[in-house]
Design a protein. Structure first.
Length: 287
């Protein structure tokens, strides 16, 4: 099996720019994709970051390049967290559960995002997705508001840490409620799940039992205790790391903040991916 290689946004842009500037390099990329020497992994965050511009032509070209890489797509982190918790829960109660794959086709990804089953012929291309968000920026309002809420919450939590309000008891209860949000109401065969069963499961679990939640929580705790970056790019760096670490073989990034967070993610035991720089990607896979 070829390695699954997740590109952060900067690595994607570097690959795009070098392919545009050097036709021989572009041919090497095309050959690597065609011969399955590697499998590129992207996520919805690549669409979001690409759409945050007024330069439609540039963004459109980059989005078109995404699909030319024939990537496999990583589900959104909240969906991954839900899948991880539900798999654990159904194992706990002894109910068969067909776990959805973390890495899926673009059609499967967009179907899950919209709650509607779509075929490959029905789903928009990355170019159409990105152009739609640029032309109608209000479509991204929920994403922007979520970022603003996260940034404000981070600042409030730093104050709470300094004041001693985040006690172990408070955090344990908050984590329990967070896990409970993802618990299903019914089994896959539509049997209603009672609250006692859910409580019994919650009594045995912590937020550090689930890959994405564990990495997210570890990074969050670091962020609460260390005053620093709560800008858009820093938040997105976290989202890339949280989602990709358990599911990709390799992550390509030259970002210093990403590298700062990497040991924290690795300490959870769920960080499967090896992190390499863009230059190493080219040397190992595109020479």
């Amino acid at each position: 099996m070829p390695p699954t290689i997740y590109l952060d946004q900067s690595a994607l842009i570097d690959l795009f720019n070098q392919s545009q500037q050097d036709s021989s390099f572009e041919k090497k990329v095309q050959t690597a994709i065609a011969t399955k020497a590697l499998t590129i992994v992207l996520s919805p965050w690549h669409w979001i970051e690409t759409a945050r511009t007024k330069d439609v032509q540039k963004a459109s070209s980059l989005a078109n390049f995404m699909d030319a890489l024939d990537p496999i797509w990583l589900r959104d982190r909240r969906e991954l967290e839900s899948i991880e918790i539900q798999e654990s829960f159904f194992g706990f109660v002894g109910v068969p559960y067909a776990r959805p794959q973390a890495l899926v086709t673009r059609a499967e990804l967009i179907s899950a995002m919209n709650g509607v089953q779509l075929t490959a012929a029905q789903v928009p291309s990355s170019q159409e997705f990105v152009e739609g968000w640029i032309i109608k920026p209000e479509l991204m309002d929920s994403v922007i508001k979520s970022y603003q809420a996260n940034a404000e919450a981070l600042r409030d939590l730093r104050v709470a840490v300094l004041s001693g309000k985040l006690t172990p008891e408070f955090m344990k209860e908050a984590d329990r409620k967070h896990i409970a949000m993802f618990l299903p109401a019914r089994t896959p065969s539509k049997v209603l799940i009672d609250q006692t069963t859910k409580n019994n499961f919650l009594d045995t679990k912590s937020i550090y039992d689930f890959p994405c939640l564990s990495i997210e929580s570890a990074i969050a705790e670091y962020s609460w205790k260390n005053a620093g970056r709560d800008d858009w790019n820093s938040m997105v760096d976290k989202f890339h790391l949280i989602s990709a670490m358990p599911y990709a073989d390799i992550i390509v990034s030259d970002d210093r903040y990403f590298m700062l967070l990497l040991p924290i993610a690795q300490a959870t035991g769920f960080a499967k991916a090896k992190v390499i720089k863009y230059r190493e990607l080219c040397q190992r896979f595109l020479a």
